[in-house]
Write a protein that binds this ligand. Structure first.
Ligand code: NDP
Length: 473
């Protein structure tokens, strides 16, 4: 087991400057399973100094060598995949089947893809007239990651940033940080030069702000809430560094009339409640035609009532607990205020679900016929709460879908794929799932409007960490 009391700076596990630590709680058992240091701004200074000293050398390391190093990280992730999946399940509460895919599989893909992409584009340049356009690293990247998919969201920053030739200081969320110590061990074993990758734990207001504000950090890449994203941008502004934000969502699922409603709604529920709804691109607003609302409600109520909620280590579990007590309280608070406001509860509710006696479990919940102005229609809840809205025309469906400050994702279901694509083009969101199309980890991912800026994953994710220079010949 890693030594969680240390952080990783300049190629070594070192004692943090700070003397306080945060409890890490298993959300299914409510037991404290580890403590991690709450770092200080001095820890950030040390890590940034190490990253700065290593930046030139790493940038000048031939791309093929960088690719080989990242390939060794990918191999390490593969070797420890099952251990990582179990660790993430204990830390986040994700059912083990999903953990294998999301907390172990996606991070492996992130490193493998970045290694391949940088190897393929080693000496690439683009010619424009008498100019030669090349891509270069920014220098030092500060990466701030959340707790819902800690490994995927960290590696979606760290892998392309390193591949592009940047050095990195990573701050995970202290809510679910354990897999990040394992990731750091794997990076250490892969033999990257000292200072190329650094880990500093601690909370957002101290360590996150210090990274965002640091004059020696050239780019900050942040995933989390819109509120924290604003603070990161504000802290970064005086140094004009690039800020890449992947924020929240309130994404619509538009169901056009005439689909097989049973199949469609199963897919919508899966997209709404994945990782107990703690997913930034969860489709949490369902737009149903007025003619189909009665049938839709019947199907939703039956399917949600049958969901298998329980121990996330059990293979058959579909829905585990929320990641923390704070998140459980926040989500049930939203449910209570919706009931108090008179919104119609179709299934679920804020009471503790039957079954597990411990753990931060909440019932998968659906509110129906909810107006567009309702708080539960407008704010990101980040739990298993689906809001059903009614529309009468295509135009009204598009209008409702876009009636949000967010724009991360959407889904469109229609009897004809072309119709779904045409409606999808009118939705202001960075990713649109058509008739249940599966998540593609190498497709560009990111938000319109207040869901963020920039793109992660695949080639677009790599380019996010590259400056562009033109030579005039
Ligand atoms: P936050 O946005 O607060 O946390 C995300 C990351 O940002 C964490 O590492 C956090 O540190 C850090 N952070 C927090 N405040 C600052 C700051 N001022 N400067 C720099 N970094 C900061 O999310 P929460 O954990 O508080 O969750 C609250 C809500 O955010 C959720 O309910 C959900 O709505 C949304 N969210 C969205 C995510 C997404 O993927 N879009 C992911 C996570 C949350 P630390 O937690 O260690 O203090």
């Amino acid at each position: 087991m890693p030594d969680y009391s240390r952080i990783f700076i300049d190629g070594r596990w070192v004692a943090p400057d700070a003397t306080t630590s945060a409890e890490v709680v298993n959300p299914a058992t409510e037991e404290v399973i580890a403590h991690v240091p709450m770092g200080s701004s001095r820890d950030v200074d040390r890590a940034v100094a190490a990253a700065r000293s290593a930046a030139d050398g790493w940038a000048r390391t031939p791309a093929k060598e960088r690719a080989a190093a990242l390939g060794r990280v990918a191999a390490g992730l593969q070797q420890r995949a099952e251990e990582l999946a179990v660790l993430a399940t204990d830390d986040v509460g994700t059912p083990i089947g999903l953990s294998r895919l999301a907390h172990a599989g996606l991070p492996l893909n992130n490193f493998a893809f970045a290694a391949q992409a940088v190897a393929d584009s080693a000496d690439a340049f683009e010619g424009i007239g008498n100019s030669r356009v090349v891509r270069e690293p920014y220098g030092v990247v500060g990466a701030i990651a959340p707790w819902n998919y800690p490994m995927h969201q960290s590696t979606a920053k760290v892998a392309p940033a390193l591949a592009a030739g940047n050095t990195v200081v990573l701050k995970p969320s202290e809510v679910a940080p354990l897999t990040i110590w394992a990731l750091t061990e794997i990076i250490e074993a892969a033999g990257l030069p000292p200072g190329v990758f650094n880990l500093v734990s601690g909370d957002g207001p101290v360590v996150g702000q210090a990274i965002a504000a640091h004059p020696q950090v050239d780019l900050v890449s942040f995933t989390g809430s819109t509120a924290a994203g604003i603070k990161v941008s504000q802290a970064a502004a005086p140094t004009i560094k690039k800020v890449s934000l992947e924020l929240g969502g309130k994404s619509p699922a538009i169901v056009l009339p005439g689909t097989d409603l049973s199949t469609t709604l199963s897919q919508v529920l899966q997209a709404a409640f994945v990782n107990s709804g703690q997913t930034c691109f969860a489709l949490t607003r369902l737009l149903v035609h007025a003619d189909e609302i009665d049938e839709a409600e019947e199907l939703l109520a039956a399917e949600v009532a049958a969901m298998r909620l329980g121990d996330p280590r059990e293979e058959s579990t579909q829905y585990g607990p929320l990641a923390s007590k704070a998140q459980r309280d926040r989500v049930t608070g939203y449910m209570r205020s919706a009931i108090d406001a008179g919104h119609r509860l179709l299934v679920g509710g804020p009471q503790r679900p039957a079954g597990p006696e411990r753990g931060f479990y909440v019932q998968p919940t659906v509110f129906t016929r909810v107006p567009a102005q309702a708080r539960i229609t407008r704010e990101e809840i980040f739990g298993p709460v689906l809001v059903v809205q009614i529309y009468r025309t295509f135009d009204e469906a598009v209008l409702l879908a876009n009636d949000t400050s967010f724009g991360l994702a959407a889904g469109v279901w229609a009897p004809e794929q072309e119709t779904a694509l045409a409606v999808g083009r009118r939705v202001r969101a960075g990713q649109v799932q058509i008739n249940g199309g599966g998540f593609n980890p190498n497709a560009p991912f990111g938000g319109y409007k207040q869901s963020g800026n920039g793109r992660e994953n695949g080639r677009y994710g790599l380019e996010e960490f590259q400056e562009i220079k033109s030579f005039q010949l």
